[in-house]
Design a protein around this ligand. Sequence first.
Ligand SMILES: C[S@@+](CC[C@H](N)C(=O)[O-])C[C@H]1O[C@@H](n2cnc3c(N)ncnc32)[C@H](O)[C@@H]1O
Length: 262
Amino acid sequence: MVDSETGQVSEDAAMIYEAVYLPALFKEWCPRVLAAADVKSGHHVVDIACGTGALAIAVSKKVAPNGETVGIDINEGMLDIARSKSFSVEWINAPAEALPFNDEHFDCVVSQFGLMYFENQESAIREMMRVLKPGGSLAVVVWDRLDNNPGLAAEEYLWRQIFDDEVDETPYRLGDKRALESLFRKSGVANVQITTHEGTASFDSIESWIHTGAKGWTEDDALSDDQLQLLLKTAEEELTSFRTSNGAVAFPTSAHIVTARK
Ligand SMILES: C[S@@+](CC[C@H](N)C(=O)[O-])C[C@H]1O[C@@H](n2cnc3c(N)ncnc32)[C@H](O)[C@@H]1O
């Protein structure tokens, strides 16, 4: 599998992810996941595919002072940034498909925007359930389909238009609710609930949005300087409908939160 399918970024891209992508697109989902998983003080919680750690750090504040928070990911660049942000979380490099924990250890398992990238999604879900205590709660967030995410779709189509490339559907491949439910059921989760939520993506400018997509995610060395300039110039012309009156960018996003009790 290539990096874009497994969500693997370079150290440089991880820094841009942390500085711009996280606040623009992902961070607002953390309180929703905490609420969906019903994380409480004293709980033992693991964040699967923790990236640079925003969700795990939010968890650690909620479970304090006697709880336990662990964040796992397979990307060392992401984990390095997470380690620099908090000592209240135990950060572990491990794959979601083989969690290094005993059975029935955690009260809650949470994960946001990672499942789409796992090489074996079924094994990962089985692992999440294995490490949950009986009665424990699971909350997993994935993007809705690309056609329900118009801003992100416009960005994808712009790339395709300029570079005659295929749209990268990986981030949206669990967007179909029926298929998502069936994935959890065939992974042994009986009582799945899926709710769809609207978020808001916000970037300082069209340039910041498109630059972050090019340099803050998986294929940061894919474009030459000239190609990046062409992409930025075309974006300024084609994506004006996403610009707010003060020159920033805002557009709605849509994601599914999957919850279950063991
Ligand atoms: C879009 S990022 C989301 C990170 C974080 N949850 C957040 O909300 O900012 C996806 C993450 O999934 C991780 N990932 C991909 N495959 C994985 C696997 N098999 N096991 C653990 N983490 C994985 C990537 O390394 C990356 O950090």
